[in-house]
Design a protein around this ligand. Structure first.
Ligand code: FBP
Length: 550
């Protein structure tokens, strides 16, 4: 197989582990936990895995001999840089615990567990994937594990392969799956443990005990390089406004981190839009105001960052989406009726089935955006926001507004526009040193949690602003992160997503700077990820972590 020169060199990189888990370790049991909300309901739904204590690992002088542990690993949901290092961390971890331990990879996500599609991951396979991006070692998928027959099929193969545990590498929805599965296996005394690992470029799988999800560091570095390059182009040609939509689903962590790294003229933060109850027209007025102000300074160019989940946070759009979700609730009469309609009748039918206010909003949307809002939800009931062209919606609305302002003499500039969407280009990049080390440590810690017979825990590495050797390896009960939310029209226990905290240091710092960045041109050009060279550049952590932990 041909590999790039970088890949060849990168294969030699030995990821760092926290010092405390490099040799012999001892489990330390901390205090008992409770769920982040809806404690009574969650305790009732998870009687076997609720309220378990936090655990951590400490170095000791001698290690007792440990039993063989066989593990099945699943990559779940969207790709995130570093997934292969989690797997190599698990592999090295279980082999260190007992060299006869074995690792199996289920193919194509949670569906592989249910359909019994797997491979054994050997040294030879693992070595080809160390420090590489992507999830192609075993593939990923979005099958939701929620039905008893799926759990039982999983148990069947786990028994056949003599597995002690499953490790599910995923975001909030996939770790919710892990939690539900752990509870079921504990309830039927299946003797199969389930451990989760916090993955997602979106950065929203974090909380008091999980400082960041893996992949966020690398993906935001890739997007920031691209944004920086576009800013240079904008500042060179001086003739375009670039509207850039950034992946990240609901939360705006990616947009905020990229803004902190690159200082664009405008960054919309969805959580702020919701808090201020801003309408679409108000957002358009805000952007147009900055375009006019810059034009008055002779600068008919700029860069706007737009989080991909924005439409779900604009109050009138949010109300519309909630109504649409109910209309498309799984197996509902309306859902069935809608799918029988020919394409040309669908938008009219929807408008007739909405409340008067949502119907007005729906009818005023450009037809392509209206159709994008009605596309199939993902298996977890989420609107597929990456398919909605919010950058075009806002760009076209700003253009219209400026045309009106031109007519009334309030604006005399030129408005050329370019659209971009950065998402998939960041999800499989070769992991930064941070993500390579972080992921390897998460995998290694997952192996230790399995060896300690823990189930329903998420592998957690803390103290991430310190050098890797000072990181702390822990286990956090997943039930601690769960609350009740409406999905597919029904209340379900799910991990609470972390949105941008408007009282948090990263957002406050951004607010203190954004007017300056809007009026004058203060672009920063971060350039590409560096894997070799001085530590200040190779081991850089995110601005978000720096500010949150300052
Ligand atoms: P996860 O939450 O599974 O990590 O997904 C991340 C993500 O990249 C989102 O940012 C994006 O909205 C979505 O996946 C796109 O999904 P798909 O890969 O199915 O197009």
């Amino acid at each position: 197989m041909d590999i790039s020169i970088l890949q060849k060199e990168r294969a030699k990189y030995q990821p760092e582990l926290p010092k405390s888990i490099r040799g012999a370790v001892k489990l330390i049991t901390g205090h008992k936990t409770e769920s982040v909300a809806n404690q009574k309901e969650i305790a009732e739904l998870f009687p076997n895995t609720y309220g378990m204590p936090l655990v951590s690992f400490e170095a000791v002088k001698t290690q007792q001999e440990k039993a063989i542990i066989n593990v099945g690993v699943i990559l779940s949901g969207g790709q995130a840089p570093g997934g292969h290092n989690v797997i190599s961390g698990i592999f090295d971890g279980i082999k260190k615990i007992n060299p006869a331990s074995r690792l199996y990879g289920f193919l194509g996500g949670p569906g592989g567990l249910v359909n019994h599609k797997y491979i054994e991951l050997t040294d030879e396979i693992i070595n080809k994937y160390r420090n590489t991006g992507g999830f192609d070692i075993i593939g990923s998928g979005r099958t939701k594990l929620e039905e008893k027959w799926q759990f039982d099929k999983g148990l069947e193969i786990a028994k056949k392969l003599n597995l002690n545990a499953l490790v599910i590498i995923g975001g909030d929805d996939s770790n919710t799956n892990a939690c539900v599965l752990a509870e079921y296996y504990a309830a039927v005394n299946a003797k199969v443990q389930v451990i989760g690992c916090p993955k997602t470029i979106d950065g929203d799988m974090k909380n008091e005990m999980i400082e960041t999800s893996f992949g966020f560091d690398t993906a935001t570095k890739v997007y920031s390089e691209l944004i920086g390059n576009i800013q240079r182009d904008a500042n060179s040609a001086k003739k375009y406004w670039h509207f850039i939509k950034l992946m990240g689903r609901s939360a705006s962590h990616i947009g905020l981190e990229c803004a902190l790294k690159t200082h664009p003229n405008i960054t919309i933060i969805s959580e702020e839009v919701a808090a201020k109850n801003q309408t679409l027209n108000e957002i358009v007025d805000y952007i147009a105001g900055i375009v006019v102000a810059r034009s008055n300074n002779g600068e008919n160019f700029g860069v706007v960052l737009i989080p991909e989940g924005l439409v779900e946070f604009v109050p009138e759009m949010k109300a519309l989406i909630l109504e649409l979700n109910d209309l498309f609730a799984e197996d509902s009469e309306t859902e069935k009726e809608f799918h029988l309609l020919p394409q040309w009748q669908r938008n009219g039918w929807i408008a007739d089935h909405l409340s008067a206010s949502s119907s007005d909003v729906f009818r005023l949307l450009p037809p392509n955006i209206a159709t994008e809002l009605t596309l199939e939800r993902d298996p977890h009931g989420n609107v597929q926001v990456s398919l909605i062209e919010t950058e075009k919606l806002l760009g076209e609305m700003v253009k219209k507004k400026l045309t009106e302002m031109k007519k009334s003499g309030e604006y005399t500039g030129k408005f050329g526009i370019q659209f971009h969407f950065f998402g998939y280009e960041g999800r499989c990049a070769a992991p930064s040193n941070f993500d390579a080390d972080y992921c390897y440590s998460l995998g290694f810690t997952a192996a230790m949690l399995v060896s300690e017979k823990k189930t329903g825990y998420m592998s957690s590495i803390r103290n991430l602003t310190a050098p890797a050797e000072e990181w702390i390896a822990c286990g956090v009960p997943i039930t601690m992160m769960i609350n009740m939310e409406k999905r597919h029209g029904h209340m379900k226990p799910v991990i609470q997503k972390a949105l941008v905290d408007l009282n948090g240091a990263p957002f406050k710092y951004f607010v203190s700077k954004r007017d300056e960045w809007a009026k004058s041109t203060q672009f920063v050009y971060p350039g590409p990820i560096q894997y070799f060279g001085p530590s200040e550049i190779c081991d850089m952590i995110t601005e978000t972590l720096k500010l949150e932990k300052a």
